[in-house]
Each structure stands twice: as structure tokens, then as C-alpha cells.
Write a protein that binds this ligand. Structure first.
Ligand SMILES: Nc1ncnc2c1ncn2[C@@H]1O[C@H](COP(=O)(O)OP(=O)(O)OP(=O)(O)O)[C@@H](O)[C@H]1O
Ligand SMILES: [Mg+2]
Length: 269
């Protein structure tokens, strides 16, 4: 099978100015460090690892929001950082990202209608009434009432905002979906609903998914393959069964699994 996503020796370096430092040198952060990985069509891949290990940066590199400092990102056989603006836009159309920080991702001055209309205007030639029909359809598929199109983000709960962000990512149906911590900070029942939603979408749209989460339990429910990052590198690439069997190879992954198991045991006591 041909990979849909293929990264070869990809690194992303950030230069961060040390404002309070007496020396005038820059701080170099190697957020993603020489990552080579391929993901096949229809696969759902979980990306785990401690805070700051580079998960969001890797997601942004795949969706074309960041250019790699080194290496190549190939989506559907095409290097996404080469070619005209039109070609890049075409890639963006097929590859959508659900952002980690909802308050930054949903424009507070736009109604849900406007938020959902934007990708339709950029990526399709739909008429106003076709856009309206699609917006109602997509609200229904994320289990939100149609009346929500008149709401502003600040009037919505965390779970509702999350659904709006999912709706925005799928309003123009993508082939690849990168979901960055889509269930963090949600209570258990809402979390279960959103996980169900992802499982349905995956079947319905035949999506290739990269699901970023600290929560290995969530990845166990949604994914069929697990990548673990540590300090910018992928240190584990295994079928999800290895997580269930607790037979991950890398010492850091084992530590991660043990700490999750420990927490679930502690919370039952
Ligand atoms: N735009 C940026 N400019 C400078 N440094 C950045 C930038 N974005 C990320 N970094 C740094 O790169 C590293 C990786 O960040 P990233 O956001 O990818 O981590 P993460 O694994 O998603 O963390 P979390 O689990 O907390 O979301 C961190 O050290 C972060 O401070
Ligand atoms: Mg992140």
C-alpha cells in the first residue's frame, strides 16, 4: 500500500530570543529532530509523549502549517513545501488540523455560521444556499442543533466548542485529519461522546488520522498504531496491541504506560 503521509529526515528548529539573558545569543529549540515515518491510507495513528516533546510541531509540519528546517514532507506523493500556492492550497484542502488551543482557534468575533463558512469559501465554489445546507448537515453530524450557527464561541461549553472545531475541520471533507489533544480538559462523558464522533467520522470519511494525546487510554480506543515521541524524536512505532499487552520496546514508552496504569489503579482505590 502507498503511504499517504511520508516524512523523511524531518527536523524543525525554532530560534527563541532570550530577552532576559545578558548574552545576546539565541536559544535553539530542536522541536522535531530527524523524524522519518510513513502512514498508510485509512490508518489511525496515535501520537503520544510528554509535554514539549514536539507533537504539535509534528502535526503542523504534516498539515503544511510549518515548513521543515530539514527534510521532506510528502502527502499523497507530493512534496507539500514545493510548488505553487495553488498546489499547497490543494494539499491543505485534503489535510485538516483540529487545534489544541480552542480559544485561539475559534475567532471570538465570528458566529459558528461564519466559522464554518470560511473553509467552504476558500476551498469550494458552493453558492450561499449550498453552503447553508452543508453547514446544517455538518452540525447534525457532530450532534449540535442547527440553531447553534447563530452562537458565538464564548457562549459555548468546552465540549460544544470542541464539536464546532471538529465541524470546521470536516465541513470540506478531508482525506487526512490531524486532531491535536481533541479530548483534553473534557469530562468523562463528553470525552466518550467525542471519541465516538471520531470513530464514526473515520468510518464515514475513510479518514487517515493522526490523533495527538497525552492520554494513552484514548489512543487505545481510537488508534491502530502508536507513535511515542521523546525530545523531538520518534522513539516507539508499534501496533496499538503492544500497548494493551504492555510490551512496548522503548524504556520511555514503558515508563509512560506504567504511569498510566499506576494512575488508573490509584484512582480505583
Ligand atoms: N513557535 C515556536 N517558537 C519557539 N519555540 C516553539 C514554538 N513552537 C513550539 N516551540 C517549542 O518546541 C518544543 C515542542 O513544542 P510542541 O508544542 O510541539 O510540544 P507538544 O509535544 O505539543 O507539547 P504539549 O503536550 O504541551 O502540547 C517546545 O520546547 C516548545 O517550547
Ligand atoms: Mg501540543
Amino acid at each position: 500500500m502507498n503511504p499517504v503521509i511520508s516524512l523523511k529526515n524531518v527536523s524543525k528548529i525554532f530560534h527563541r530570543r532570550r530577552w532576559l539573558s545578558l548574552s545576546d545569543g539565541n536559544n535553539i529549540v530542536r522541536a522535531v529532530d530527524d523524524v522519518t515515518v510513513s502512514i498508510d491510507e485509512g490508518q489511525s495513528v496515535g501520537l503520544a509523549g510528554e509535554s514539549g516533546c514536539g507533537k504539535t510541531t509534528l502535526g503542523r509540519l504534516i498539515s503544511g502549517l510549518y515548513e521543515p528546517t530539514e527534510g521532506t514532507v510528502v502527502i499523497n506523493g507530493r512534496n507539500i513545501n514545493e510548488g505553487s500556492r495553488e498546489i499547497r492550497q490543494q494539499v491543505r484542502r485534503n489535510c485538516r488540523m483540529i487545534f489544541q488551543n480552542l480559544d485561539a482557534a475559534l475567532n471570538p468575533f465570528m458566529t459558528v455560521q461564519h466559522i464554518l463558512e470560511e473553509p467552504l469559501k476558500v476551498h469550494t465554489k458552493k453558492t450561499k444556499s449550498e453552503c447553508n445546507r452543508r453547514i446544517e448537515q455538518v452540525l447534525e453530524s457532530v450532534n449540535l442543533p442547527r440553531s447553534f450557527k447563530n452562537e458565538y464561541p464564548h457562549t459555548l461549553s468546552g465540549g460544544e466548542k470542541r464539536r464546532v472545531s471538529v465541524a470546521r475541520a470536516i465541513v470540506v471533507p478531508p482525506k487526512i485529519l490531524i486532531a491535536d489533544e481533541p479530548v483534553s480538559a473534557l469530562d468523562v462523558s463528553i470525552r466518550a461522546q467525542i471519541i465516538d464522533l471520531f470513530q464514526n467520522l473515520r468510518e464515514e470519511l475513510k479518514l487517515t488520522m493522526v490523533f495527538i494525546s497525552h492520554d494513552l487510554g484514548v489512543l487505545n480506543d481510537v488508534c491502530d498504531r502508536l507513535l511515542v515521541m521523546y525530545d523531538g524524536k520518534i522513539v516507539e512505532d508499534a501496533p496499538i496491541e503492544k500497548l494493551r499487552e504492555r510490551s512496548l520496546a522503548h524504556p520511555y514508552s514503558r515508563k509512560l504506560t506504567e504511569s498510566v496504569l499506576q494512575i488508573s489503579v490509584d484512582s480505583r482505590q
